[in-house]
Design a protein around this ligand. Structure first.
Ligand code: NAD
Ligand code: DAU
Length: 332
């Protein structure tokens, strides 16, 4: 049994991770979260008080980070500014949270000789051509496209340097696009589901040929737990579940699963610098740690996600109008 400090635990993946850990292991969890627009305290409601506590604060606050890192066995760093479109409008919080926040955590884990796991993204590798036979691996060169992915790449580099120069006991995972419950309505899949629930048409950027490699959030989180338990210190693990789909086909599937005509969507302005394709080769994770995804069928995972948003309108409703107003300003 270990005590875990989970940064960003009020966000999409961090809240699912916290819930999964408390339901399936003996570990205790402390969430450190600044409750930005993307953090939602209600995503953590009903968790057992004896094994869970919540601290409101920023990963950029050196004092609070030092105190919490020192008093826990393992730090799992999810906290980030995570949305590409926002990083076009204002990159500043991305640099602060993603780069400076990671720096503060690394300094603290170094001072107190604590185990650290860094949550990162496949976007640090840039994008692939649609017909490229190669997928991203742990040795693919970094080539980020957006302010978001550049700051995530910078944070990964800090981790690698602190491992090599200071012997920090860290691992890194780079995962593909997650879907599932508690995801903010700014993101692609929840945006389209909640648009349809509101009687509005889904919005497709550009040609819609862009490919994302979808993985259920619980599969991401079981992989993270395996890496924390048995991953090799200093190593990088790619996390993905062979879930490549282009955006047009995902919108059409959502419409069909929600009993709408498959072509009832609008084409809107493309994202500047829009990455064409991501695809993960998770061979190391599968062979070394024996990890397997449990959500093999994207369509049924999507159907469950649709039902979750249908049943949890009070969770997503408060963010919907302001999110759509921002998209409208960009013609999206
Ligand atoms: P999210 O935007 O849903 O949640 C981010 C959380 O971090 C929020 O609760 C927010 O309040 C918190 N936060 C932001 N700034 C903070 C600060 N300065 N101090 C403390 N807390 C702060 O993000 P997500 O989609 O859950 O992503 C979590 C992590 O996983 C990120 O590091 C992201 O880069 C990575 N990732 C995401 C995906 C994906 O598909 N969503 C895929 C691969 C990797
Ligand atoms: O690959 C991992 C990354 O996945 C994470 O690092 C990011 O934190 C996460 O936000 C996600 O990034 P994307 O930019 O791929 O996700 P997003 O949900 O914003 O968009 C997915 C695809 O859908 C992308 O090609 C843009 C497109 N899109 C998005 C929205 C919001 C649309 O066509 N219409 C939309 O309304």
């Amino acid at each position: 049994m270990s005590s875990l400090l989970v940064t960003g635990g009020a966000g999409f993946i961090g809240s699912n991770f916290t819930r999964y850990v408390l339901e399936n292991t003996e570990h205790t969890v402390t969430v450190l979260d600044a409750l930005t627009y993307a953090g939602n305290r209600s995503s953590l409601e009903g968790l057992p008080e004896k094994r869970f506590q919540f601290v409101k604060g920023s990963v950029c606050d050196a004092r609070i980070v030092d105190e919490l890192v020192q008093s826990h066995d393992v730090t799992v760093h999810f906290a980030a500014e995570s949305h590409n479109d926002n990083s076009m409008r204002d990159p500043s919080p991305f640099v602060q949270t993603n780069v400076v926040g990671t720096y503060e955590l690394l300094q603290a884990v170094h001072r107190h000789d604590k185990r650290y796991h860094h949550i990162s993204t496949d976007e640090v590798y840039g994008d692939l051509e649609l017909d490229d036979p190669e997928k991203f691996t742990e040795t693919t060169p970094y080539n980020p496209s957006s302010p978001y992915s550049a700051t995530k790449a910078g944070s990964d580099m800090l981790v690698k340097a602190w491992v090599r120069s200071f012997g920090v006991r860290a691992t890194i995972s780079n995962c593909s696009n997650n879907y599932g419950p508690y995801q903010h309505v700014e993101k692609f899949i929840p945006r389209q589901i909640t648009n349809i629930l509101d009687g509005h048409r889904p919005k497709l950027y550009g040609t819609g040929l862009n490919v994302r490699d979808w993985i259920h959030v619980d599969d991401h989180n079981t992989a993270v737990l395996e890496i924390i338990d048995r991953g090799r210190i200093g190593e990088v693990y790619m996390i993905g579940a062979d879930g490549e789909h282009n955006n047009t086909s995902v919108i059409e599937l959502i419409l069909t699963l929600m009993d709408q005509p498959a072509d009832a969507y609008d084409h809107v302005n493309d994202r500047p610098g829009h990455d064409l394709r991501y695809a993960i080769d998770a061979t190391r994770l599968r062979q070394e740690l024996g990890w397997r995804p449990r959500y093999a069928d994207f369509s049924s995972g999507l159907q469950d996600t649709i039902e979750w948003y249908r049943a949890h309108e009070s969770w997503w409703r408060p963010a919907k109008a302001s999110t759509e107003a921002q998209y409208a300003q960009a013609g999206q």
